[in-house]
Unconditional design. Structure first.
Length: 277
């Protein structure tokens, strides 16, 4: 059995990797997929804590929540750099082999930094999702842009790393990585800055062969749901967990749109709207 592997990755923190991973996982679970979740950032452990919160909340309330099989991998304790790198690669390989025996899809959350464990995770991706805030600060993660012409001057170290892992993946099993760059915190106004971002990203997407997807707007609800281990896809079953507003319904549609881009079908009926925003 060969599971599809979705990796959440970039080298910048605060872009919503763990929140995105959680919503992808729950969306897949709700469609009946057997899902494995792997936290490659075990030191920070955001995804692991998300699931710990989910288990605790289900036990406290009796709510029937869906759960994945989840594991965390820690950095190697070997002092030799070469041996440590190989140890971490083997840990990822062994865990993928183990979980693939039980799951249809594996979702990996990676650190917001470049290290051998993150690189190993990237190299196993069938789909790589890179969340980024919609700003030129985060765009620098992908490539360096000329401020006057919007031309791509050079690729970033992260883009070069992704290309390296694509080559490793191709040599390992002949597979390819479908790279999706997800734009978070999109502005609603058609500003000059937004148009420049659009132009720069379109040029980069052609050069780096990634697809663009609209991500999530900045909303407090994502941080509130983390404490209960819930996602927007769970709230219909637990109306006491959150009072839905029109803003929350819009956020739910953003989640659905992302799942659709990744190939996940409709996951939940339209929720009841409790009150307007």
């Amino acid at each position: 059995m060969s599971a599809t592997i979705i990796v959440l990755g970039n080298e910048k923190g605060g872009t919503g990797k763990s929140t995105t991973a959680m919503h992808i996982i729950v969306g897949l679970l709700r469609e009946g997929y057997a899902v494995g979740a792997v936290d490659l950032d075990a030191r920070q452990g955001t995804l692991s804590r998300y699931f710990d919160n989910r288990v605790a909340y289900a036990e406290k309330t009796g709510m029937n929540l869906l759960h994945p099989m989840y594991r965390a991998i820690h950095r190697s304790e070997l002092r030799d750099k070469v041996l440590a790198t190989e140890d971490e690669r083997q840990q990822v390989q062994h865990l993928v082999d183990e979980i693939s025996q039980h799951c249809d899809v594996i979702v990996m959350d990676t650190p917001g930094s470049d290290n051998p464990l993150s690189r190993a995770g990237h190299s196993f991706a069938d789909i790589l999702v890179t969340p980024m805030n919609d700003s030129f600060v985060d765009l620098d993660l992908l490539g360096h842009i000329d401020p006057d012409t919007n031309a791509v001057c050079a690729l970033s170290s992260y883009s070069e790393m992704v290309w390296d892992q694509k080559k490793i993946r191709a040599l390992r099993d002949g597979g390819s990585i479908d790279w999706v760059v997800m734009r978070n915190r999109l502005g609603t106004l058609d500003t000059k800055n937004k148009r420049k971002m659009d132009a720069a990203l379109n040029e980069l997407s052609g050069r780096l062969a990634f697809r663009l997807a609209h991500g999530f707007s900045e909303r407090v609800i994502f941080r509130e749901l983390f404490l209960k281990g819930l996602t927007l896809l769970d709230v219909r079953e637990e109306k006491s967990a959150v009072e839905l507003t029109m803003s929350h319904v819009a956020a739910l549609q953003e989640v659905r749109n992302l799942l659709h881009v990744l190939g996940v079908p409709e996951v939940v009926a339209e929720p009841d709207i409790v009150r307007s925003a």
